[in-house]
Write a protein that binds this ligand. Structure first.
Ligand SMILES: [Zn+2]
Ligand SMILES: [Zn+2]
Length: 121
């Protein structure tokens, strides 16, 4: 493929915005990709959005972890409460154990999300 603006010059990359071939003269290296001179701003903006999205995904996994911790506390409280109340509290014990399992599932999910992100990067 040759440069879109210089058809006789071989392209060294493609603009991330318009997908046109670019030679060394036309390409602008934005560290995170190559853009033509017309689309530097667009590609930078795209990168910003992508970066923000990454950050919010990280925040999400933190939220999942926090709710997992909250649920395990609820679960433990339910188990202890159930044991203190006695046989009538068996339902509380069951809810408590259910909460602990849910908490484990949540933290596993949060870890998996984090791992997926590092693999992608
Ligand atoms: Zn472009
Ligand atoms: Zn060119």
């Amino acid at each position: 493929m040759n440069c879109f603006y210089h058809p006789e010059v071989p392209a060294i990359g493609i603009c991330k915005h318009c997908q046109k071939g670019l030679c060394t003269e036309c390409a602008v290296d934005l560290k995170h990709g190559i853009a033509c001179k017309h689309h530097q701003a667009e590609v930078n903006e795209l990168y910003d959005i992508h970066f923000m999205h990454k950050q919010s995904a990280r925040n999400m996994s933190r939220v999942y972890k926090q709710s997992a911790v909250a649920m395990s506390f609820m679960g433990i409280a339910g188990v202890i409460g159930g044991l203190v109340i006695g046989r009538a509290g068996l339902i509380l014990v069951a809810i408590g154990i259910g909460c602990i399992f849910l908490a484990i599932a949540f933290s596993v999910y949060a870890n998996r999300m984090k791992k997926g992100k590092t693999n992608a990067a």
